[in-house]
Design a protein around this ligand. Structure first.
Ligand code: DP6
Length: 341
């Protein structure tokens, strides 16, 4: 019998962002989104199951911390709820408890999708520890139900596409909203240079933020433009047309942040440093270096380039006063098992 599983799963950076939920309960987005798994921003989650259903423990080793620390009661309760939901889905009747040890290779809650890497890893770990066989699409849909919707995009390999889901009823919608790989890691040599301007944890989590999105006057506008952008980005990706691709990812970032800043209460994730780095990225292009920014729900900036420009971009941003640290990422595999005991 398996009692312990160790899983590694990447964070992902979205090129078409997910913002706003059609259904909070089912964690359903309004539209498709598309991302790349990150090689150097990941979580490693070790899950041990115990026979005492009341024994729910979780320890997290944060970025650069020396040791694991006990998680808050609130964090454990959230995980316990998810653990029990996945267990029910898998048809596991026995009551079980858990001991989770998790660690991140990057700052958490700083707009680098730490919940996506954690929850995608945890979902796979639960399925493995109960020795169940489900399809990748089902696994991805389950990860979505953690509440961290973008976790579903960290399950498949490389570049992944999250289908918004279609259906007449809850069961159909639940299953049809999942992510699948549209290209493997070696399809395109894209690089995501994450520029850490501030490693501190943000005040508002994405899950709280999604709720207000539809109230923004720009939300309907964003949805109107999305069908086109989604189609265009897919074409640019298929043709490996980096200039067109880059233009579209910046457009999508701006469109999402416009919604964020105009929803109630407004979410201003950018700082002055963020804006400086955005301008510097545009300036780099004027000098012939192909770099484009994208920003999630945080202050830090992801600069996307092709491998041929990586060194120039790293050298340039190392010298910028806004940048505290950099994490360089290449396309990576999705969630996978490291050890089973
Ligand atoms: C701005 O609800 O998936 O990153 O739970 O914090 O990982 P977390 O976020 P989630 O929303 C992600 C929002 C986004 C855009 C994106 O990744 O698509």
């Amino acid at each position: 019998m398996i009692t312990k599983v160790k899983v590694k799963s990447p964070a992902n950076i979205a090129f078409i962002k997910y913002w706003g939920q059609k259904s909070k309960e089912l964690v359903l987005p309004y539209h498709d989104s598309f991302s790349m798994n990150l090689s150097d921003c990941y979580s490693i989650v070790e899950l041990e199951i115990t026979d005492d259903p009341k024994q729910n423990e979780m320890y997290v080793k944060k970025y650069k911390a020396k040791k694991h620390e006990k998680s808050s009661k609130e964090a454990i309760e959230k995980v316990a709820k998810f653990f029990s939901m996945v267990k029910d889905y898998l048809g596991v009747k026995e009551g079980k408890g858990f001991i989770i040890q998790s660690e991140n290779s990057f700052p958490q809650k700083a707009g680098i999708a730490s919940s996506a890497s954690f929850y995608s890893a945890l979902t796979l770990a639960i399925v493995e520890v109960f020795d169940k066989n489900i399809s990748e699409a089902e696994l991805s849909a389950l990860a979505r139900l953690s509440g961290s919707g973008s976790a579903c995009r960290s399950i498949p390999t490389g570049f992944t596409w999250w289908h918004k889901g279609v259906g007449e009823n809850t069961t159909e919608l639940l299953k049809s909203s999942y992510a699948e790989s549209i290209a493997d890691v070696d399809y395109w040599d894209l690089v995501d240079v994450v520029l850490i301007l501030n490693p501190d944890e943000k005040k508002t989590g994405s899950q709280e933020g999604h709720t207000g999105a539809a109230g923004s006057t720009f939300f309907a506008d964003r949805l109107l433009g999305l069908d086109n952008r989604v189609q265009e980005i897919r074409e640019a990706f298929d043709q490996k047309d980096f200039k067109r691709f880059g233009k579209l990812i910046e457009e999508d970032t701006l469109s999402m942040h416009m919604v964020m800043m105009t929803q109630q209460p407004p979410l201003y994730f950018w700082s002055g440093k963020t804006l400086e780095i955005m301008k510097k990225t545009v300036e780099l292009r004027e000098w012939g270096v192909e770099a484009y920014y994208t920003i999630d729900a945080g202050e830090n900036v992801h600069v996307i380039c092709q491998k041929k420009d990586e060194e120039k971009i790293i050298t340039y941003f190392k010298k910028q006063p806004e940048v505290q640290e950099m994490i360089v990422n290449y396309p990576a595999a999705g969630a996978h098992v490291l050890e089973i005991a």
